[in-house]
Design a protein around this ligand. Structure first.
Ligand code: GLC
Length: 416
């Protein structure tokens, strides 16, 4: 099968394969590896030019507690996340599963067991879909860099890579997402043999979703550290750090507040995309308390507001306008107004061209009085101050008679 045929075939099944993912909206990314022991970012080996032989010692000193993934999965569920993606091998090259491809793996070295198996089990226990992150770039494999200038090395490295992907797609039952990362140093999908590799993965896991980082577009785009919608019709998932580092980095004090995470969730929802929010567990596998605290609070916010987040949402771009006091998300005939700057007992929205049938506060269900004239919607009976104590974001639900549409524009135009 050539590349075009392969792409046409995967496109045919895409909508069906991706249904759960579009509805899920929110996932947990987990970066965990030897680098956690140093606590200075997952790029520490590269950034500090740590010699391979020195770095390798971390494989023997790594002694995580028993099944820490259960706590991650429990926390993910509590926070309202529906799936997880864990690093099975990051750029450092250490494999977290029991692989036949290299001795440099968690079963043979310090941990003494298959950490991917524990993760998979935990996801299943807590009802989360399962994603595997896999870094193509490898700083440890002797051919990881050489493969770019030596054909024999490339063959060996691809055999290794394909062997890893085959094991990950064979040994753990149903896997939902294959999340590649960094395709340095090979310059094209042909050199990576990406189509053949992904075809193999899909044969083993027919419902699999694959991201775009093996140099093929595949099922979804992966904006990183910004929540930006891809072009209409293209699925996307924004991956975001919690404190500026993917790997455990206790010296980084910049934890995103819950309010900001809700803002990210809004941006993903409004753009019809997903949010993959990262935690970097400590070397023992425990989740940093700053993340636990924020994700638990987030869950309390998501619970009563979940209707606005999950499910088949519509993009707001081109449909709704910006407003200074909050922003929109859309689902069928309903508009959700995520109000971050509470105006008081009365709230006015201009330019809404759709008839509002019912207005209420989403979290409490409290109905609001609705006065709608040609070009203005006036909502009355609101609490005097911001009713949401968790994220300073209360959602107002507007049930309309048709898919909502708002027209304001830059000029002051009175409705004809
Ligand atoms: C970047 C980084 C990597 C991180 C990834 C997550 O590509 O190299 O450390 O795992 O982004 O998206």
């Amino acid at each position: 099968m050539n590349l075009e045929e392969y792409q046409a075939q995967t496109a045919k099944t895409r909508a069906e394969r991706m249904r759960w993912w579009h509805e899920a909206r929110f996932g947990m990314f987990v970066h965990w590896g030897l680098y956690a022991q140093l606590g200075r970012h997952e790029w520490v080996m590269n950034r500090e030019r740590i010699p391979v032989a020195e770095y390798e010692q971390l494989a023997d000193t790594w002694k995580p507690i028993d099944r820490p993934a259960r706590a991650w999965a429990r926390l993910a569920r509590e926070a309202g996340m529906k799936y997880m993606v864990m690093t099975t091998k990051h750029h450092e090259g250490f494999c977290l599963w029991d692989t036949a491809q290299t001795e440099y793996n968690a079963a043979r070295r310090g941990p003494g067991r298959d950490l991917v198996a524990e993760y998979v089990e935990a996801c299943r226990e807590f009802g989360l879909k399962i994603g595997f992150y896999y870094s193509l770039m490898d700083w440890h494999h002797p051919d990881g860099a050489r493969c770019a200038r030596d054909e024999d090395a490339r063959r060996r490295f691809l055999d290794f890579t394909q062997g890893c992907v085959r094991e990950l797609c064979t040994n753990y039952g149903r896997i939902d997402v294959l999340w590649y990362d960094v395709s340095w140093p090979l310059a094209s999908p042909e050199l990576w043999e990406s189509a053949a590799m992904n075809q193999m993965a899909r044969q083993l896991q027919p419902h699999l979703l694959i991201n775009n980082r093996a140099k093929l577009d595949e099922d979804f785009g992966t904006p990183e550290e910004h929540v930006t919608a891809e072009k209409e019709g293209r699925a996307w998932e924004a991956c975001m750090t919690f404190n500026g580092s993917w790997g455990y980095m206790p010296i980084s004090p910049d934890w995103r507040p819950v309010r900001e995470v809700v803002g990210l969730l809004h941006a993903a929802t409004a753009g019809g995309g997903n949010l993959l929010l990262n935690i970097g567990p400590a070397p023992d596998g425990s989740v940093p308390p700053e993340a636990v605290e924020r994700l638990s609070a987030l869950g309390k916010w998501v619970g009563p507001n979940q209707e606005a987040i999950y499910g088949q949402v519509d993009r707001t771009q081109g449909r709704m306008e910006w407003l200074p006091i909050g922003s929109w998300s859309l689902k069928g005939n309903t508009a959700y107004f995520w109000c971050t700057r509470w105006p008081g007992k009365e709230l006015v929205i201009g330019g809404l061209r759709t008839q509002v049938v019912r207005a209420s506060l989403l979290a409490s269900g409290q109905p609001l009085t609705c006065e709608q004239s040609e070009n203005r919607l006036v909502l009355k009976g609101l609490p005097a101050t911001q009713p949401d104590p968790i994220a300073c974001t209360a959602i107002i639900k507007l049930e309309c008679s048709a898919p909502p549409k708002q027209v304001l524009g830059a000029g002051y135009v009175v409705l004809e």
